[in-house]
Design a protein. Sequence first.
Length: 707
Amino acid sequence: MEKQKTQSTLLLIIGVLILNSTPLKAQQAYDKDKMLVSLDSLNFPTVQLGEVVIKSAREQRPLQELPISTSLIPVNQIEQEQVTGLTDLTSRVPNLYMPSYGSKLTSPIYIRGIGSRINSPAIGLYVDNVPQFDKSSFDFEFYNIERVEVLRGPQGTMYGRNNLGGLIHVYTQSPENNESTNAEIEFGNYGKQNFGLTINQPLGEKTDFQIGGQYRHQDGYFENIYTGKMADKMDVYNGRARIIHRWNENFKSDLILSTENSTQNGYPYGVINPLTNQLQPVNYNETSGYDRNLTTAGLVNTWSMDKLTLNAVTSGQYIDDEQTIDQDFTTDSRYIVSQPQTQYVLSQEITAKMERDKTETIFGVFGFYHSLEKNVSVGTGPGYSTQIRKDYEHTNAGVAAFAQSTVSDFLFDGFSITPGVRIDWEKNTQDYYHEMIRDGATIPMDTTDSDMKFSEILPRITIDYQILDAFNIYASLTKGYKTGGFNSTFERSEDQTFDAEHSWNYEAGLKSKWVLNLMRFSITGFYIDWKNQQIYQPVPSGRGSMLKNAGRSESKGLEAELAIRPNKILETTINTGYTEATFSEYQKNDSTDLSGNYLPYAPRVTLYAGQNIHIPIKSNLLNKAQININYQGTGKLYWDDENSASQEYYGIWNASVTFHRKNASLSFRSRNIFDKNYQVFRFSALGNNYAQRGIPANFSARLKVMF
C-alpha cells in the first residue's frame, strides 16, 4: 500500500512537470528582449540566479556560480509554507533531517547522515552571522525571517569547529531602507495562537532601527492520559532589537539583540510494542518539561574601500535552562531527573577580503570561549528515597586562523580554482563531582578534574568551470573534523571521554539555468569517508546516554533541485536527496559487530515537491491570491545503530491559500492534511521501547498587515 502511494506521488509530480512544460515551450517563441523585460516583473529571485548571492559563502558569489551544494529558502516560501523553525526544513532541503525529540533541549540536525544526537552538534548554525555553539539553542521560533541558507558538506575551513556535515545560516529581515510596521495574528486548532509586531524606523539619515516581538502558544497535540493534561503544551515569548548605523560611506555597524523565553511541557512518549509496532498513548505520572531563557547579542562591523573589505563579528550568548523528566515514562515512580544548566558563549571573528585582477583572497582569525555549568539530580527507589547528584563545570576555548583564495580564469577562461586551509586549536576541561544521598547520608562517589586538547589542519580545494552563463561544473575535496570531548553522563571511567572524528569528503556537481532563467536545475554527488564517528549509545544502566567512537563509516548519495517558473502564474519546485550511510567498521562490543549496518537518523530518501499558483484578481476587494500545495517525503530511516527499529518511508501533504489586498493578507493554512501517522522519534530505555508520533493534521488562519 505504501509503495502504491509513493508511486502515485511520483506520477503526480511528473504530471505537474508536463503541465508546466507546455507554457514553457510557448515562451520560447517570444522575442528575447521582450522575455527579459517580462522577467523583471516576475519577482522570482530563486530563478533569476544572477541576482541571488548566497550571503553565507565567504566569497559572496552568485548561487549559480557557487561551487557548493547549496539550498536557499526565501521569505515568500517561509511565509507561504509555514516554516516556523528549523524542524520544518526536514525534506524541504535535500538530505536534511531534524527529528523532533519532544523538547527544544535536544534538537540535533542531520545532513547526509552526519549529525550528533547529544553533546556538541555536527552541523553549524549561524543566526545573523552569530554562531550557535550548543544544540539547546538550535530549536528557536522563526519570526521576521528574510531567508535561510543551507550549505551541505564540511564548512570547517571557513566556518570553523564542528561544521562536519554542513552549515545553516538564518538571516532576519533588516531595517535598512525599510520604514514600515508589520503586525500579524494567527489562530488555529489545538489552541494555536500567534501574535507578532515589528517596527522599522529610521533615526535620521544614517541610522535605521528595528524593534519587534512575538508570542506563540500551543495547547499541545498529545494528552497524557494519567494526568489528563497535554504532554506538549508550549508558550514562547520573543523579542528583538536591531540598529544599523552608517558612520560614513565606507564603515557600517549592525547591532542585534534578541531574546527568547520558552516554557514547554515535554516528551510526549508512549510505550510501543516492537513486534506489532502498536504505539500506546502517553501515560506517565511525573510532570515533565523544559524551560529556557536564550539571549544573544551580535555586533557586525564592516569597512570597505576599493577592493578591500574588513569584517569583524563580536558575539555573546547566554542560555539558562532546566529540564525535568520522568525518565521511565510510565505510571511507576522509578526515576525522576532534574537538570538545570547555565551557559555563556563569547566569540570574535575578524576577516579580510581582497580582490585583485582575477584573484579573490579571504583570510581571518577566530576565537571563542564557552562555559557550561550543569547539575543533574536523579531520584530513584521507593518515594525517590535515593538521590544521585552530579555537578559539571565544563569549559572549552579555541583559536583558529584560516585563508582561502579563488583564482578565476585559471589555465583557461571560465575555469577557477579555490584552495583553502584552516588551522584550529582547542582546549576542553571538565570538573566533575558525583555523590549519592541515601537515608540522610551523603556518600561521595567520584570526582575528576580533566582536560583535553585538540588541534587540526583542515584543507579544502575546489575547482569549477563556468560554461557561458548556463552551466557550472564543480568538484571539491574537503577534510571534515569534529572535536572530541567529555560525556556528561557516564558510569565507567573509560566512558568519560570520546575522541575526535575526521572525514574526507569528495563532491562533484552541476548547476544550470535554462530558457532565459525560467528554469534552474542542480545535481550533486558526494562520497564521505570518515573514521572514529561519534555514535550515541545508552549508558550500561539505561539511565542516560553517551557518545562512543565507531571505527569507520561512509556516506554516499545524490542531491537534486529543480525550479521552474514558465509564466507569472505557475511556480514549481522539486528537491530530492538520496543517502546511503553505513558503518564500514564498527565493533560495538566483544560480541556485537555492526559493520554494514545503516547509520541511525539518516533517511534514505528526502523528497519535496511544491506548486505555487499566483492568481491576479482585479477587484475592489482583492488584488491577488496565492495557492501553495506541497508534499514532504522522508525515509526509510533507522532509530538505532543495531537497526532493530525503523520508520518506513512516509509523506505528508500541506497546503495554504493567501488573499492579498494592498498591504494586508489573509491566509488559511493546513499541515499534514491527510493526518498521516508516522513516528518522529523512537528509543529504548529501562527495558521498554518508546516512540513519539508526528504532529497530526492541523490548520490555522493568519492575518498580516503592513503599515
